[in-house]
Ligand binder design. Sequence first.
Ligand code: ASP
Length: 454
Amino acid sequence: MQDPTPLPQRRGLPLHTRIFIGLILGAVAGAVCQATLGAENAGLQAFVKNVAQPIGQVFLRLIFMIVVPLLFSALVLGVAELGDASKVGRVGVKSLLMTVLLSGSAVALALLMANVFQPGAGIDPVRRERLTLMLQSGSTQAAKSVENAQNAKPISEALLEIIPRNPLEEAVRALDGGLLPLMFFALIFGIAVAAVDAEKVAPLKRLLEAVLAASLKVIDFAMAFGPIGVFALIFSTTALLGTDALFALGKYVLVVLAALAIHQFVAYSLAIRFIARRSPVEFFKQIRGVMLTAFATSSSNATLPTALRAAEEDLKLPRDISTFVLTVGATANQNGTALFEGITVLFLAQFFGVTLDLGQQLLVLGLAILAGVGTAGVPGGSWPMIAIVLLRVGVPAEAIGIVLGIDRILDMSRTVLNVTGDLTIAACVSTLEGRKSVLPAQSDLDGTLRESDV
Ligand code: ASP
């Protein structure tokens, strides 16, 4: 959908390394201050409140301000592409169903793991209260979102409110609970864009692509401020919480990596064995170059060329199906991202003592699947989406500062799943279409691709 937008790099250390250093320094400095001065120390509290928090806020506000245009353009374009998919007929519909199946199972696994292992639990309630108050005083948005979550409506009313009467009004209050209706509008609008004559909507699509590209640039600007922003945010957290926060963070990383590994090697293997009717071991061997590229670049879009080549040369998938599935999937099918978003939202909710009942967890499930569709296939593409899902369920969105510093390794890992998921769908759909693989030499023999089961 759009070109991969690399994060801005200065000479010297890459940006993600500098953000990571910001995290380590901030965590150490905060923990040392907490240990030596004590979290009750008035000077430390004043410093957190008047210096560290506002600096962290600048960083987060740079991200928040672009959420509405980014979300709208990415979701409309993502859905329009999937909508186009259904025009392609059976292949499109099957890809769509596989996307829902794989993303849905990924988020379900995420919710299960987060509930079983409770990575965000165990924070001292008194200290947590202090941190939450501090975050809320730094941001009226966060306070409002908690209030929104507390004023829960009956389910029939809540469901009806997903359909907006005035999408512009919802856009204005997107960070205060208008997100879901706005997403709904983008969904319907995307379906409509796909249904209208392609020539007629081409200028609109180009405009949305431009909005998306510029929005991603703004995220780049925000990320350039990331090392300082993350330092300030994690300093505030550890200064008030001490090492509790760091233990929770370590547990969170382990849970995310374990869940990603389970989905990668169990869920995809099952799909490959029983739907694509291939050997999973062979499959993973054939795509290991693609997995490595995804890991190294953290970008589904940047991995697309490698994936296309592997689909044709190594997996021997029919070119028409693989080109279609992989191109659309690079943006619209992001199972790893959906899984990651599910765990992250639950982790931060546990961290801040926000209890999410079954209904709210199902909401997270739906939002994470949609966010997987709307997330750009670039490094860190999922962060704006996470911020808005957090706000929707009543967790202070400032919380993302806690996990942003260790995001790179998680980003690299979830991108592997995003790309493997596209190849899995391409293999499954090919088999479902009765075109399991294409013998390589046939095109040389008669100039056309002849299909055969091997
Ligand atoms: N980096 C991911 C991708 O390109 C997107 C994300 O989850 O941030 O697939």
